[in-house]
Design a protein around this ligand. Structure first.
Ligand code: FEO
Length: 170
């Protein structure tokens, strides 16, 4: 049985993951508006992945006999000054998410809930990967600067991002 404190924190994290998905979906719309198909594709894959992050906790709470309580999802930003600024916002968001996961893992240990801590360790590793991926894109976009051909190449590279693994394999 999940402790009430942990159940509440997990429900909040489900909401944060849904918000992440919503934020990246908003970035899809922004990139499409700029005719950056590759960037839009990358954001679409990321939005799908965040949706799966939400579902993984959702299913875990149910598995532990907890009550999932979905909450309103906040309105994400819709505009950024440039694709680079959007990816910088994505990186800042992932750092925020890492902090949330760290707090949840700490709370699970405080509550002596090793099963939840174990699930959170999956997210800890996932966050390392997510931050590294976005950081790499931010660095490349900074190198590209105002170069049109550079942006064209970068957009083409981002189009090759594969779809996220299904939840059962996650
Ligand atoms: Fe699910 Fe990118 O945090």
């Amino acid at each position: 049985m999940l402790s009430p404190k942990l159940l509440d924190a997990l429900n909040k994290q489900i909401n944060e993951e849904y918000y992440s998905s919503y934020l990246y979906r908003s970035m899809v719309a922004y990139m499409e508006d700029k005719n950056l198909d590759g960037c839009a594709h990358w954001m679409r894959m990321q939005a799908d992945e965040e949706h799966m992050h939400a579902l993984k906790i959702f299913d875990y709470v149910l598995e532990r006999g907890g009550r999932v309580e979905l909450q309103a999802v906040a309105t994400p930003d819709r505009d950024w000054d440039s694709p680079l600024k959007a990816f910088e916002a994505a990186l800042a968001h992932e750092k925020f998410m890492t902090e949330n996961i760290t707090k949840l893992a700490d709370l699970a240990l405080e509550e002596r809930d090793h099963a939840t801590n174990n699930v959170m360790q999956w997210y800890v590793s996932e966050q390392v990967e997510e931050e590294a991926n976005v950081d790499d894109i931010v660095n490349k976009l900074r190198m590209v600067g105002d170069s049109g051909p550079g942006m064209f190449m970068m957009d083409r590279e981002l189009k090759s991002r594969p779809a996220p693994a299904p939840i059962a394999e996650a």
